[in-house]
Design a protein around this ligand. Structure first.
Ligand SMILES: Cc1cc2nc3c(=O)[nH]c(=O)nc-3n(C[C@H](O)[C@H](O)[C@H](O)COP(=O)(O)OP(=O)(O)OC[C@H]3O[C@@H](n4cnc5c(N)ncnc54)[C@H](O)[C@@H]3O)c2cc1C
Length: 416
């Protein structure tokens, strides 16, 4: 429970990142107010592919620019840039390309892997503390390659995992069905990633964390944060669009991609873009899978979840307001049927979400450089679920003024 020594914290955003932070701070003795404009877990955290994906990979590399023409012309490819959005995203895109320079790339990989190394243990500890260890499956993930050429094209990623001591096992054609009998016998190779566990229901996870924070004494405020301010006495407040105000000793901004508007008002703009992604939830798939499956060449995943089989991934660069283009998830379902010949597409729902993406792939987990007492936890891109528990632990250390378990310099907001 809260006590006088630890103080109060307002957390803006009840996605997986904000809810994890609220839970972590409350159980460490802070008095937390969790603020969201909607219900907990209804943002991007609702429909992700449920994977604790420890095999970090930077978005941009030295040869990324060569792929650009394909991204513009193929609306069914793994990455699609809507031509009308190209001028708007150009500044972000130039930074994205710059992040692929070899020297910078190495720093980014070091930073991402420093989180990946501790992410699974942190996640388990968070679920145990919330009384929900059963929310994580024990099976890992299979990365599949339809041809030897696809496998060869991904060797750099395997080399990266080897360099950072990540566990994996290469499986040849005959061994793949032993792990996942539903996979097509035509798949040439697979790589077993035993530590890439899955969460049975990412939405329920957020609800559970928000509930656990409340059960420990946190309060929930429904409202849209407009900005934050700091008074002469050092007290900070979150000002809400409805005229309300939440005062606290510290504030954590964890509003996913929308954090960029709050940062802008604080005078520290961040290059936070949306990498839109889709899923199709198949409630009656006609097959049952044990492992999640990723097809790197096609940039999508198939994950067994509590509500059936989920097919999703891929990236669409089209901004926050453009209507979803559901042709994209339908392409993924067709690909999924190729690798899972028994998959039936019955009783489905489709969804789109906004990954909060920074051009250098790694998140901002940082004190504000403008206002004391304000912290940021955003920009987790493709790995917000994966790094949620670790982000919560790092933020809790920062708010408490303690030494963090990993070097937070690479994640500082003032790197931009
Ligand atoms: C298709 C797809 C697949 C993915 N698969 C994976 C995966 O397998 N593994 C993985 O680790 N990650 C995955 N991700 C990424 C992951 O889902 C995100 O990184 C993560 O959900 C971001 O969480 P968040 O809490 O930062 O943001 P959100 O979940 O978007 O939460 C932000 C919250 O802030 C609230 N909010 C916004 N503005 C305000 C405001 N002004 N005031 C009050 N509240 C506000 C919103 O209502 C929302 O509830 C995937 C993403 C997509 C789209």
């Amino acid at each position: 429970m809260a006590n006088e020594t630890n103080g109060t914290v307002a957390v803006v955003g009840a996605g997986v990142v904000g809810a994890s932070i609220a839970f972590e701070l409350q159980r460490r003795g802070f008095q937390v107010t969790l603020i969201d404009k909607g219900e907990p877990g209804r943002g991007t955290s609702y429909g992700n592919m449920a994977s604790i994906a420890l095999d970090f990979a930077a978005g941009s590399g030295p040869s990324t620019w060569k792929k650009l023409p394909r991204w513009l012309i193929d609306p069914e490819g793994p990455v699609w840039l809507r031509p009308s959005y190209a001028p708007k995203i150009l500044p972000w895109f130039l930074r994205f390309l710059a992040a692929g320079r070899p020297a910078r790339l190495r720093e980014i990989e070091d930073a991402g892997m420093s989180l990946s190394k501790i992410a699974l243990a942190d996640f388990r500890a968070m679920l145990d503390a919330a009384g929900a260890p059963e929310m994580m499956t024990e099976e890992g993930c299979l990365a599949i390659y339809e041809t030897e050429a696809e496998f060869d094209a991904d060797r750099g990623h395997l080399e990266l995992m080897r360099r950072y001591g990540m566990e994996f096992e290469v499986l040849s054609n005959g061994a793949i069905q032993h792990y996942e009998p539903t996979l097509s016998p035509k798949i040439a190779r697979a790589v077993l990633l035993p530590d890439n566990k899955s969460i049975r229901d990412p939405y329920r996870l957020v609800v559970k964390l928000a509930d656990a924070a409340r059960a420990a004494g946190a309060t929930f405020v429904s409202g849209q944060a407009k900005t934050v301010e700091r008074k002469a006495d050092g007290k900070t407040s979150v000002l809400l669009e409805n005229g309300g105000r939440v005062e606290a000793d510290n504030i954590v901004l964890a509003a996913g991609v929308h954090t960029r508007f709050l940062a802008e008002r604080l005078g520290e703009p961040i290059p936070l873009e949306t990498e839109r992604g889709y899923h199709t939830q198949i409630m009656q798939p006609g097959i049952s899978m044990r492992y999640s499956v990723i097809w790197p060449h096609r940039a999508f995943m198939v994950t067994p979840t509590a509500g059936g089989i989920r097919v999703g991934g891929n990236v669409e660069l089209a901004g926050l307001t453009a209507a979803p283009d559901f042709r994209r998830p339908r392409v993924l379902v067709r690909h999924a049927q190729r690798i899972l010949p028994g998959l039936k597409v019955q009783d489905t729902s489709e969804w789109m979400g906004h990954r909060p993406a920074l051009p250098d792939t790694i998140p901002i987990i940082s004190p504000s450089s403008k206002m004391p007492g304000v912290f940021y936890a955003t920009g987790h891109g493709h790995l917000g679920l994966t790094y949620s528990a670790t982000t919560a632990r790092l933020i809790a250390h920062m708010v408490a003024g303690d030494r963090t378990p990993v070097d937070i310099k690479p994640f500082r907001i003032d790197r931009f």
